[in-house]
Design a protein. Structure first.
Length: 157
């Protein structure tokens, strides 16, 4: 389906906002003003975003801010989700996209999960012709980037 990215992201974040309040986490959203149309499978992309947002919340401290941005870059749109959590050591930053890989088993066990979320996210993003990667500073926070090709054509209302 061709959908407008901003409204899709807003709806997705709205669903998490209640959970975020429990941990005093603030979502700071900044999206490009121009409508961006992407051709995506909504269920699949929802699964991708749900995992990344829930990771950001799981690994964030109380009162942290999660920043969500979109940026147009040529024929792609780049979505970033940045948290102020514990971060990921450099040597693990590509491994987190492998099945069942979890940084620090003890730490991971206490927050729950199977270690499949990002492996699935990577598969789904690539199936959409996009890329996903992590940039992180250990102890300071993590940003997950996703790029997706976007369609220039406007959709009739
Ligand atoms: P699942 O998503 O299957 O419930 P999970 O969240 O542990 O389990 P992934 O989403 O694949 O699995 O993430 C893999 C690992 O990457 C996590 O266990 C965690 O160690 C690390 N990780 C992912 N996102 C972050 C983040 N935002 N900050 C710090 N570490 C992260
Ligand atoms: Mg996860």
């Amino acid at each position: 389906d061709t959908i407008e990215l901003r409204s899709f992201l807003e709806l997705t974040l709205d669903r998490f906002e209640m959970l975020a309040t429990d941990k005093n986490i603030i979502f700071n959203r900044k999206f490009s003003n121009k409508p961006i149309y992407v051709d995506i499978d909504q269920d699949k992309m929802t699964q991708v975003l749900d995992n990344i947002i829930s990771n950001a919340m799981k690994y964030s401290p109380e009162g942290g801010t999660v920043r969500i941005r979109t940026l147009q870059q040529g024929e792609n749109v780049r979505i970033s989700i940045a948290d102020q959590g514990m971060g990921i050591p450099r040597e693990s930053q590509t491994k987190i996209f492998e099945r069942f890989y979890r940084v620090d088993k003890a730490r991971a066990r206490s927050v729950g999960g199977t270690g499949l979320g990002l492996a699935i996210a990577k598969e789904l993003v690539q199936a959409h012709g996009g890329h996903i990667w992590a940039q992180s500073e250990y102890g300071k926070g993590t940003t997950i980037f996703i790029t997706l090709p976007y369609t220039v054509k406007e959709v009739k209302a």
